[in-house]
Design a protein around this ligand. Structure first.
Ligand code: PAF
Length: 285
């Protein structure tokens, strides 16, 4: 079922709760792919009822980013959600979420701001304010749906770590479940933004997973010095790759490591032409 208003979601979920059913939420920005499908499948398996939200959240885009051209494919999203066993698709308008006139003005909105320590690095460094927008909308979705469980992909690992921190710090009674990255056979991590890539760009984009897999191999062979691990990346990079960051950090605290261990995650972001891609891998699993 597809609904567009907060009132409708609340009524439906209230009815489920009355029947003692557990509820899972998969927050998305739509343009759903097999990665999202795996999140929905996890929720359907674990919970009696599954809600997905489809909302391209304007306040998490920075000026000059792809808010206007971000793919919007609601009909296809609903079909995919239905085939995954989702019970309810919540697709609000920006006005429904933020009210008229308050959509892009920080002055008229209460924000949830995660700690600077978590947001001044990796994606937060170039996307200033992005995680404030994410935490704010995720809080709103949590308050609207009031799920028991919420499912997020490890593809956006910094986001997942920040959301777990927010839930802990604000005593939000929802269990956050991180789900593994889904990759194409080639190794490319699935992302809605892959739609911006030509077939040729997609080949170039394999550099991200190649660098990550190689670093993990080196770690498994016993190299733990972070500087040495990072240096292995340079054999893969060429003039088509505009590297934004390659970091090895603790998977809970985002502290930068000098010596890698099993709880370290390698994070990479780079641009192919103008498309910014991110990927990551855990060293210890
Ligand atoms: O990961 C995303 O798609 C978005 O950041 C989220 C969590 C749905 C919030 O808009």
């Amino acid at each position: 079922m597809l609904v567009h208003t907060i009132k409708e979601v609340r009524e439906i979920v209230k009815e489920w709760k009355k029947q003692g059913l557990s509820v899972g939420l998969v927050p998305t920005m739509g343009a759903l792919h097999a990665g999202h499908k795996s999140l929905m499948a996890k929720s359907v398996e674990k919970c009696d009822r599954t809600v997905i939200s489809v909302f391209v959240n304007p306040i998490q885009f920075c000026p000059g980013e792809d808010l206007d051209k971000y793919p919007r494919t609601l009909d296809a999203d609903c079909e995919l959600a239905q085939s995954a066993g989702v019970d309810l698709v919540f697709a609000p308008s920006p006005k429904e979420m933020y009210g008229e006139g308050h959509i892009l003005s920080n002055d008229f909105l209460t924000y949830v701001i995660p700690p600077y320590f978590y947001t001044d690095k990796l994606c937060g460094k170039s996307r200033v304010g992005h995680f404030d927008g994410v935490c704010t909308v995720v809080n709103k979705l949590f308050n609207i749906v009031q799920p028991d469980f919420a499912f997020f992909g490890e593809k956006d690992a910094q986001q997942l770590i920040i959301i777990k921190k927010m839930v802990k710090d604000l005593n939000i009674p929802i269990e956050i479940i991180g789900c593994p990255i889904v990759r194409e056979e080639s190794g490319l991590a699935l992302s809605s933004r892959n739609k911006y890539l030509s077939e040729e760009d997609k080949k170039e984009a394999l550099v991200l997973s190649k660098i990550l897999f190689n670093i993990k191999n080196c770690y498994k062979k016993g190299i733990t010095d972070v500087k040495a691990l990072k240096e292995t990346a340079f054999t893969f990079l060429n003039e088509n790759h505009n590297l934004e960051y390659l970091d090895i950090r603790d998977n809970d605290t985002l502290d930068e490591k000098t010596v890698a261990d099993n709880n370290s995650r390698v994070f990479i972001a780079l641009k192919i032409k103008n498309v910014r891609l991110i990927d990551n891998i855990m060293l210890g699993s």
